[in-house]
Design a protein around this ligand. Structure first.
Ligand code: G1P
Length: 319
């Protein structure tokens, strides 16, 4: 006898959740082909992803976040001048040998951390035609299973595990899941903006529409898309059908808009509303705030740095 018959009273949504194939999500895609113009001249010859946040490149936090959510297969979408990214996640035998000779085990461990972290893969985007196009470059690697996308500019505090929550929500609701954060109305034009409806879980909403970087007064809400996505592979076809949008680029938001109107085949799209700590390391002010906060919280640097900061701020306020 059919189990749905036995229990009798399931709603369509419940049946969908129960019968949805729960492929384990194991792959993370990190688009890293951007030019980093906001940080020139620092990014003239160095990828923006390599800029240090305290003493680790910003991109390492992002890979660590993927690994913490059990995604140890990482594909980076790179472009020209991005070789240092590959070198950072690879072994550096000369350096390791020099540190071994010196008996500097602490630094040796720090150097090896990044190469032992995950199984790294790289593919070049070629033409920088936008975020949607970058994600499409991952299709041969991803195949036909749900996967995660992490944008390098968004740094999520490791104590606020957003990605695991999104994977959990995708497993139960199916379709695709994006991360949303409420921002001030004057900030929403910098992001994808979502039209949403509540669900019976307090931090989960149904996304009913999306607009990439809306003009002033045109945003459907103040809920901004932040750079974490758990996507159904149907997104690849949706991207292929997506016309160039904002800035003449193939936008991931536009492909997701299409999925948000579906009940299956890549949809529905749900949003996990994030209220934790997030830094936009692509913005100079937020980049500085991330460094100050993370430095203050470090056991090795924090106590001395906090003391200095207190004195500095007191002096500043007296001027
Ligand atoms: C991208 C997305 C946008 C999203 C943002 C989050 O824009 O296109 O929808 O809100 O990331 O950081 P970018 O900031 O790369 O222009």
């Amino acid at each position: 006898m059919n189990r749905f018959f036995i229990f009798g009273t399931f709603t369509n949504a419940m049946v969908h959740r129960m019968t949805h194939s729960r492929a384990r999500i194991g792959k993370a895609i990190i688009p890293a082909a951007g030019l980093g113009t906001r940080f020139l001249p620092a990014t003239k010859a160095t990828p923006k992803e390599m800029l240090p946040v305290v003493d680790k490149p910003a991109i390492q936090y992002v890979v660590e976040e993927a690994v913490a959510a059990d995604l140890s297969d990482v594909l980076m979408i790179t472009g020209r001048n991005k070789r240092p990214l590959e070198d950072h996640f690879d072994r550096n035998y000369e350096l390791e040998e020099a540190l071994t000779r010196k008996g500097d085990d602490g630094r040796l461990a720090r150097v090896r951390e990044s190469s032992d972290l995950a199984t790294m893969h790289y593919v070049r985007q070629g033409d920088p035609k936008g975020l949607g196009h970058a994600v499409l470059c991952a299709e041969p690697h991803v195949g036909n299973e749900p996967f995660a996308v992490l944008l390098g500019d968004d740094l999520i505090d490791p104590r606020d595990p957003l990605l695991s929550r999104m994977i959990d929500v995708q497993g139960r609701f199916g379709g695709s899941v994006i991360a949303l954060m409420e921002v001030a109305p004057e900030q929403i034009h910098l992001y994808g903006a979502a039209a949403i409806k509540p669900t019976d879980e307090v931090d989960v909403v149904r996304v009913t529409d999306l607009v990439e970087k809306p003009d002033a007064g045109q945003a459907p809400s103040n809920f901004a898309v932040i750079g974490r996505y758990v996507l159904d592979p149907a997104v690849f076809d949706a991207i292929r059908k997506t016309e160039p949008g904002r800035n003449g680029e193939i936008q991931l938001t536009d492909a997701l808009r299409e999925l948000s109107h579906r009940d299956a085949d890549g949809g529905p799209v749900h949003g996990v509303v994030f209220t934790g700590r997030r830094y936009d390391t692509g913005d100079r002010g937020d980049y500085l705030r991330a460094i100050v906060r993370l430095a203050c919280e470090r056991d090795d640097l924090g106590p001395e740095f906090r003391n200095w900061l207190r004195t500095y701020v007191t002096e500043e306020m007296q001027e």
